[in-house]
Design a protein. Structure first.
Length: 275
């Protein structure tokens, strides 16, 4: 049964070893074929710029292929981005906060939500030599070792020091309709996966551990702070069809590191190759 025909899972799912950080499977086609961005008000100029960003986002969300926005053909498609939109709506990000001085809704930040139809987006993907990724997206157990100077830890489902990173991982998964989970500290300890051993653990072992606690497979990573790069160096690994894919980003915030993780995982899992 296609994943989009199933009911959405409850937002928090407790398993033997994992607490789901983001388990909301997109339940319908309508929810898959949508995207959002932030615009400065509801003016036409800002709306058209938002339509362009939303087009990029929905093509990646539906296909899983993060390379699409860089294709030369996207320039012409963005010029008519609004023509692909079925409907749109706004949400004032400062809702409930009075306007300051002469500020109006034209310059208040809004979320712009765009809805699309498969009959419109699928041919656009085909024109880019791509296709929809409609298979159920696996729940990824994220095994992550972090290091900043003398401080190092493995990100788990409940530790106080990882709260902001868990929220960031959740935010990174949403735009791609991905499912991610983090291990409880007890599950990591039982598997012998402290931060240093985790970096050397094979993907077969991590995938087996993920399945034991209710996930489908593992996404392994490390975050190492670099003063020289003025940011995190993030390395990610994911196995599929007997091959381990690796990708890296350097000198970024951990928010961007998680976005890179999700985009790369989606690209591999959707059959679009090396991130």
């Amino acid at each position: 049964m296609p994943w989009f025909s199933r009911l959405a899972l409850m937002a928090i799912v407790l398993t033997a070893g994992f607490l789901t950080v983001r388990s909301a499977i997109t339940a319908t086609v309508d929810e898959l074929y949508q995207s959002q961005t932030i615009v400065n008000g509801q003016g036409e100029k800002n709306r058209q710029a938002g339509f362009k960003r939303c087009l990029d986002a929905v093509l990646v969300r539906v296909s899983g292929d993060q390379r699409l926005p860089a294709k030369p053909a996207m320039s012409a498609l963005r010029d008519k981005a609004g023509s692909f939109v079925t409907s749109f709506r706004y949400r004032d990000r400062m809702e409930g906060i009075p306007n300051h001085d002469d500020q109006g809704t034209y310059d208040r930040p809004h979320n712009l939500y765009c809805q699309y139809r498969p009959a419109v987006i699928d041919p656009v993907l085909a024109s880019l030599d791509s296709r929809p990724w409609l298979a159920e997206r696996p729940r990824l157990a994220v095994f992550l070792a972090t290091e900043r100077g003398a401080r190092h830890f493995t990100l788990d489902a409940e530790g106080e020091r990882g709260e902001l990173m868990r929220e960031s991982l959740d935010n990174a998964a949403g735009p791609l309709a991905m499912q991610v989970a983090l291990p409880k500290a007890a599950a990591l300890s039982q598997a012998g996966l402290v931060d240093k051993t985790l970096r050397d653990a094979g993907m077969a072992m991590l995938d087996a551990t993920a399945r034991k606690v209710g996930a489908d497979q593992a996404l392994a990573g490390s975050l190492v702070w670099s003063d020289k790069e003025l940011g995190w160096i993030a390395d990610w690994r994911l196995a599929m069809a007997g091959k381990t894919y690796k990708w890296q980003v350097r000198g970024v915030s951990f928010d961007e590191a998680f976005r890179v993780a999700m985009r790369g995982a989606a690209q591999v899992l959707s059959g679009n190759g090396q991130p």
